[in-house]
Design a binder for this molecule. Sequence first.
Ligand SMILES: Cc1cc2nc3c(=O)[nH]c(=O)nc-3n(C[C@H](O)[C@H](O)[C@H](O)COP(=O)(O)OP(=O)(O)OC[C@H]3O[C@@H](n4cnc5c(N)ncnc54)[C@H](O)[C@@H]3O)c2cc1C
Ligand code: SF4
Length: 479
Amino acid sequence: MADKMLKFVKVGLQMPNKREANLRVDDFKEIYDQYINEKAKEQSSRCSQCGVPFCQIHCPLHNNIPDWLKLTAEGRLQEAYELAQSTNNMPEVCGRICPQDRLCEGNCVIEKSGHGTVTIGSVEKYITDTAWEKEWIKPIKVLKEINMSVGIIGAGPAGLACSEELRKLGYKITIYDRYDRPGGLLIYGIPNFKLEKFVVERRTNLLKQSGIQFQQNIEVGKDISLDELKQKHDALLISTGVYKPRDVNLPGHELKNIFPAMKFLTASNRKGLGDKVEEFENGLLNAKNKNIVVIGGGDTAMDCVRTAVRQNAKSVKCLYRRDKENMPGSAREVYNAEEEGVNFIWLSNPKEFIGEKKISSILVEKIKLGNLDPQGRKKPEPIPNSKFELKTDMVIKALGFDPENLPKLFKNENLLVTQWGTIKINYKTMETSIPGIFSAGDIVRGASLVVWAIKDGRDAALAINKYLELKQKKNTKAA
Ligand SMILES: Cc1cc2nc3c(=O)[nH]c(=O)nc-3n(C[C@H](O)[C@H](O)[C@H](O)COP(=O)(O)OP(=O)(O)OC[C@H]3O[C@@H](n4cnc5c(N)ncnc54)[C@H](O)[C@@H]3O)c2cc1C
Ligand code: SF4
């Protein structure tokens, strides 16, 4: 098949007329689809059906991976899709962006035996992309409408998964979000080269067609209060994510051209979505021809360096205070970034931003790793007299995120939070300290993963349904 593709590509190098060109695009697609289909089958048939599904155990959704791999290997794609979607509201999203090396694939028995993992994520993506293409995915048909409504604050993966599960049961759902588009970090955080935006829009459009109401550009706490929403709905879910960027308050922090990661990524994503982004057009948030330094070692930092590479930066460097082995981000992402030419400066910490009005360099101190800290990670310790200067035109700070002060923002001090500012819930019922208000996703866990947000959203839907059934019973008894 690869030979056939190569031959075809060579033929495609001749100058075709328009009709021929169209034919070739179609032919190429057919051959490509066939090739991918064979690859998916080949990968799926590598699953040993080992009987101890470590992959399934380590998938937060406990997807029935061995069974849908078997169905794919047998060419029973529609059944494979039905099984994959029964535990996951967005298999095509997880297939693209889960850090599989830390989850399912990292625990594949074949990987453990040194023969390379079955590429579970790619198969999951393939099955679901095929399901979309073949129109097997349809809007929800509610069998019996329930005259109760749920308000969901935040249209990220946690809110979307919860809304879909509750809509299937017949509840009326309204989602409120302060952004102009639904999707949360799937739209404005994660870059297009990892997760194409049409994939997210296809999902949210399906939810709209399923009767879920979306109210965009509504910031709860500013445009409408939590108490007002509580009056409007029978139950509420808070799934607002975590957005307060962690900062380094160094001398020179006020200099121009130092940006938080989300500002840089949002501008790039908006541009990709076709919006007019003035700060990108005028060059402020565009890495083109600049020497970029990204500070941080997590997945957000990797997204920033890889976005800067795609914007044709002159050079891209990543400063991280630990070494490669101790990076919090996915090893696969670091590998990708290195392959794309990103220069990692391990074991180094910024001490001062230098420049006149604009940043021109960073004073950096070298670090060695010392004893273990209370979390079991080696403590970074500065090496005396090791400072050096690093030239830069633009600095992007990707040091992680904390929750905003929700009780203050929502003007409701009865909403209890933990010492980290995440919302306190009863893990059995997913309910917050305010009866009838539930919470899920990053705002409960702290910055985490899409697959965990989906899992939490699904759990919250079960809990809300239980709560509303009980409420309905009480109301009927009282009537
Ligand atoms: C740059 C970046 C890259 C990432 N890459 C990956 C990855 O590759 N793989 C992965 O698994 N995870 C990744 N993550 C993490 C993942 O995106 C999050 O864990 C996930 O999106 C959390 O989902 P959520 O629904 O809890 O919150 P979010 O996705 O953050 O959605 C919250 C929504 O709530 C809305 N909101 C907030 N406050 C209010 C308010 N007051 N009123 C109304 N609406 C409000 C926001 O506008 C937003 O739409 C990444 C995160 C970042 C920042
Ligand atoms: S949801 Fe994520 S962890 Fe689970 S099988 Fe899919 S890619 Fe793996």
